[in-house]
Write a protein that binds this ligand. Structure first.
Ligand SMILES: [Fe+2]
Length: 250
């Protein structure tokens, strides 16, 4: 994956992030999760291996194909277990996510590239500002540097220290709805640790976001605590636009 991010910007921009399909390359400074400061990251969002048909990086497509296949198998197992834990049929969650891998679903792998931290960096600069994921489930594979933090119920930030060979599973906002509020979608962020400032080397993390099919209804409370209903695709569009708009205003 590093080979993709190391290519020229012009080549990476051959597959820019598409607001209709929700996949493609997200360049530096094109999105912001509300930290109020610079968020040092690039991203590549992939629903299928079709987006990255880059002949100059022949290893890329097989790696994406294999990763998507493995994540999908893992998510199937987890969704069955979570359905049973909710007292539902084993295929309860699978039935809301049956279009994964098609244009009717935004389930995707996102590769995050964190460039080296410049020697002069504004105080408070982050990788990702605090946010809740707008997914059903998020699988996160950190590298060995860390930087991911989750807020506890008291409002304190806790380090999610990397453990080799493990995958972090977060509930997203959709799962709060589908679980009848039995789960919470935790606020989380990615900071630049003191260790990372010292090392100043690029690094990569990978996420797999499981989203319900686009037409599945989703209920949420708005700022005046009134229940609103919209489709998964409508909600995803509004949240992604929010992140992109924050970037253009800063
Ligand atoms: Fe997140």
């Amino acid at each position: 994956m590093a080979a993709f991010f190391n290519t020229e910007l012009e080549k990476k921009n051959r597959c820019p992030f598409d607001m209709d399909t929700f996949e493609g390359y997200i360049a530096m400074d094109t999105e912001n999760y509300g930290s109020g400061t610079h968020e040092l990251h690039e991203g590549l969002v992939l629903k299928t291996d079709g987006v990255v048909d880059e002949p100059e990086i022949p290893s890329l497509k097989p790696a994406v194909t294999a990763s998507l296949k493995s994540y999908r198998a893992l998510s199937n197992t987890i969704m069955t277990a979570l359905s049973l834990s909710l007292g539902k049929d084993p295929d309860y969650l699978a039935s809301l996510h049956k279009d994964r891998g098609t244009a009717n679903s935004s389930t995707s792998m996102r590769v995050n590239y964190y460039p080296p931290v410049p020697s002069t960096v504004a105080e408070g600069t982050t990788r990702f500002g605090a946010h809740r994921d707008y997914s059903t489930l998020s699988f996160i594979v950190q590298d060995n540097t860390g930087g991911l933090q989750v807020q506890d119920t008291e409002g304190s930030w806790l380090d999610v220290n990397p453990i080799p060979g493990t995958i972090i599973l977060l509930a997203g906002e959709f799962f709060v709805s589908y679980s009848g509020d039995k789960f919470i979608a935790p606020l989380h962020r990615v900071i630049i640790s003191a260790e990372e400032l010292q090392r100043s080397v690029p690094r990569i993390t990978t996420n797999y976001f499981v989203h319900a099919d686009h037409q599945v209804p989703f209920k949420l409370l708005d700022s005046s605590s009134t229940e609103k209903s919209m489709t998964v695709k409508e909600y995803l569009s509004s949240r992604i636009m929010q992140a992109l708009n924050k970037s253009t205003k800063e």
